[in-house]
Design a protein. Structure first.
Length: 418
């Protein structure tokens, strides 16, 4: 039988898969070319205009690579452009943002304890905020600060810290870190689309027209590419953070995210220096370890004051009310409290569980109704929860969950589903 929730889950899975694959391709090519660029050697008898060369071996073959700072004397007929890796990563990431955080805004995006927003207000802030970073960053790069890369990077870091704090004041912790990653990734892809590729096209057009290209275009593109290189690792962390409540669901998550940008700088500095000189500065590992220790310490801050009465008395959103009013909710409410809430609580009581998995709380009627789709997918149509069925959730209770969810959506449970 046709089931929108299951169909939508598979769409999300497919888009996430695409996003991971394209991100691997983009990050891989980015890291490769940075390493190649830093490893170039100046040797005698280089072709005219060549900056350096490198010999590499891979897959049983040898590769002889020359780099031209501006362009070769004669433009080859076929050029390989590296752009779609970046574009596809951003487009698939934007699709994931819409599927998970816009469609599921009431559960994943909006935090009514921080600020009351309608779904459309939250989506507007989500979409609009992603453009702010690029506009400000691009303005700074094109100003005189573009001639002082270190100062520019410090200002970019301060912008990211400000956005980290700002997102945390508006969205759920999970959405805040994800949006910070999307904010940064938007800057990176915009660098490729608006700066790096257009500059390369200008150089190619000049060569084809018999003009001498201006070296400034390559210099500008190289600066933006270097920025992307240092931002890559923090973005990967932020995209993975939604699986780890200690990263996104603690009091100082915005500081944790800010420190992650610094660890990205120290790690990339080590490898970039190693590619250029043959050895990297080992102090960077000590600095990274210290920052990760601070991050772990910050994550221990308790954010729960234990005001259960306020939670119970909080009014329901229309989305929550729909599931709370559906037939079978009382049974499901008791099932979840008896089989799931010992882990999915602000103060878990199950031995060995110290934080609710993915910071999903299932202690109140509001929270259970709000997480209806996740309960349906995780404990109804699949046996993902409880893990290894450790609380011995019986099959008849899973059927009750399925009937309740589908009743709320006006569909019937088939005999096969029973």
């Amino acid at each position: 039988m046709y089931d929108v929730a299951i169909f939508w889950e598979w769409i999300a899975f497919a888009v996430r898969w695409l996003h991971v694959v394209t991100a691997i391709a983009w990050i891989g090519s980015s890291f490769y070319f940075i390493a190649l660029d830093l490893g170039l050697k100046k040797v005698p008898h280089l072709p005219p205009g060549a900056h350096g060369e490198e010999w590499q071996v891979h897959g049983g073959g040898f590769y002889h690579i020359n780099k031209f700072l501006v362009a070769p004397e004669n433009m080859p007929e076929h050029l390989v452009w590296f752009k779609w890796e970046s574009y596809a990563t951003w487009l698939s990431g934007a699709a994931m943002l819409m599927i998970v955080y816009w469609v599921g805004a009431e559960l994943y995006l909006i935090d009514l304890a921080k600020i009351e927003l309608t779904t459309w207000q939250a989506i507007a802030i989500s979409a609009g905020s992603l453009t702010v970073g690029w506009i400000l960053y691009d303005f700074l790069c094109k100003s005189k600060l573009g001639e002082t890369p270190t100062v520019l990077m410090v200002l970019l870091f301060l912008i990211l810290v400000g956005m980290s704090w700002g997102y945390n004041q508006i969205f759920t912790g999970r959405a805040a870190l994800l949006h910070l990653g999307a904010f940064t990734a938007t800057i990176m892809t915009a660098n490729v689309f608006f700066i790096i590729m257009p500059n390369q096209r200008i150089v190619v057009a000049d060569l084809q027209a018999g003009r001498t290209p201006d070296a400034k275009y390559g210099k500008i593109a190289k600066l933006r590419s270097t920025h992307n290189n240092y931002l890559t690792l923090p973005v990967v962390f932020l995209m993975l953070s939604n699986h780890y409540p200690l990263a996104f669901a603690t009091q100082y998550s915005w500081i944790i995210a800010s420190l992650i940008f610094l660890t990205g700088v120290t790690i990339r500095h080590y490898f970039n220096t190693k590619h250029a000189t043959g050895t990297g500065p080992h102090w960077t590992w000590a600095a990274t370890f210290i920052m990760m220790f601070i991050i772990a310490w910050l994550s221990m801050a308790n954010t729960w004051d234990g005001d259960y009465d306020a939670l119970e008395n909080q009014s329901m959103t229309p989305h929550q009310q729909k599931f709370a009013d559906a037939a079978g909710f009382d049974d499901v409410h008791d099932i979840i409290l008896g089989r799931c809430s010992m882990c999915h609580a602000r103060e878990p009581v199950y031995e060995g569980v110290y934080w609710a998995p993915k910071a999903v709380y299932l202690e109140t009627a509001n929270e259970i109704a709000g997480a209806a789709k996740e309960i349906y997918i995780q404990a109804g149509v699949t046996h993902a929860m409880p893990p290894a069925n450790i609380t011995e959730l019986p099959e008849e209770d899973r059927v009750k969950i399925v009937k309740w969810y589908r009743a709320a959506n006006g569909t019937q449970v088939s005999q096969a589903g029973q």
